[in-house]
Design a protein around this ligand. Structure first.
Ligand code: SAM
Length: 282
């Protein structure tokens, strides 16, 4: 059977290289090349961009990214079994695919890349949130990446784009939305993957804003949000009490009722409170 890029179908690649999915590596593969091309397109215009892909596995999404014109793909894969399959893709796209065999949590990909950089990945669920938080909290803003297009469990995707007022709204939403535009661009049923996971999945696209939506010191904002949501059922005057002896006053100055709970508070108010705290003498 022929494919859109002339390389063998993924089922054949998986069988030939004996890439049986390993649960501990979060392996749920996408085999439909039309779908992987669609995810690649959701990342925006890839021509002229270097792309980081975490966890290429047998290479379905990698092929989508290359077929959609990525200048260069740097793929980081922990499972050495996938390397021969990825080498075949590299041969078909000379000079455009670099594969690093290692743990994405330990590798600094920047040495290998030239901006603009986009990150696109069907993430292993066990490391997805940790990687996202790292990408959202670099030492300086704007970050090294222009956009993130990432597959998550649907429930995690909903937490990233959540607005105030519901259970999904929390630290992840504030972190993501303070300095980027975040939206769900696709949802996928379990059957889209082999093997099928128990849950639905969704692709989130985040575009880095040139500047934060509202000014605030990242460390102070993080402290406020962590304290507020760690005890999300408590009123803010109680959950934030450890942050400042005059917290009730600072809440009022930021336009926040001291009796409100963290999940009712929007980004603008959290940032106002962070600024007030940073400026308040102890
Ligand atoms: N991109 C492929 C696809 O869409 O079919 C595979 C996605 S699968 C959900 C996740 C991939 O991440 C697997 O290939 C797995 O081996 C790899 N992986 C798991 N943990 C990793 C880590 N810490 N660093 C790099 N790759 C990892």
């Amino acid at each position: 059977m022929s494919t859109i890029d002339g390389l063998p179908p993924l089922r054949e690649v998986i069988a030939r290289h004996d890439l049986r999915a390993k649960k501990q590596l979060g392996q749920n593969f996408l085999l439909d090349l039309n779908l992987t091309a669609k995810i690649a397109r959701a990342a925006g215009d890839l021509t002229g961009c270097d792309v980081i892909e975490v966890g290429p596995g047998p290479g379905g999404l990698t092929r989508g990214l290359l077929a959609e014109g990525a200048r260069h793909v740097l793929a980081i894969e922990k499972d050495a079994r996938a390397l021969p399959a990825l080498a075949e893709i590299s041969d078909a796209y000379p000079g455009r695919l670099t594969v690093i065999n290692g743990d994405a949590l330990e590798i600094d990909p920047l040495a290998h890349l030239t901006p603009p950089i986009r990150i696109v990945a069907n993430l292993p669920y066990n490391v997805g949130t940790e990687l996202l938080i790292r990408w959202l909290t670099p030492a300086a803003w704007p970050p090294f990446w222009q956009s993130l297009t990432l597959m998550f469990q649907k429930e995690v995707a909903e937490r990233i784009v959540a607005r105030p007022g519901g259970k999904a709204y929390g630290r992840l939403a504030v972190l993501a939305q303070w300095r980027s535009d975040a939206r769900i661009v696709m949802t996928l049923p379990p059957e889209a993957f082999v093997p099928a996971p128990k849950i639905h999945s969704a692709v989130v696209h985040l575009t880095a804003l040139p500047e934060p939506r509202y000014p605030a010191d990242p460390a102070v904002l993080n402290r406020v949000v962590a304290a507020g949501f760690n005890q999300r059922r408590k009123m803010l005057r109680a959950s934030l009490k450890g942050l400042h002896p005059r917290i009730e006053e600072l809440l009022l100055e930021a336009g926040i009722a001291p009796t409100a709970r963290a999940e009712e508070i929007g980004l603008e108010q959290f940032c106002a409170l962070a600024r007030g705290l940073a400026a308040a003498p102890r």
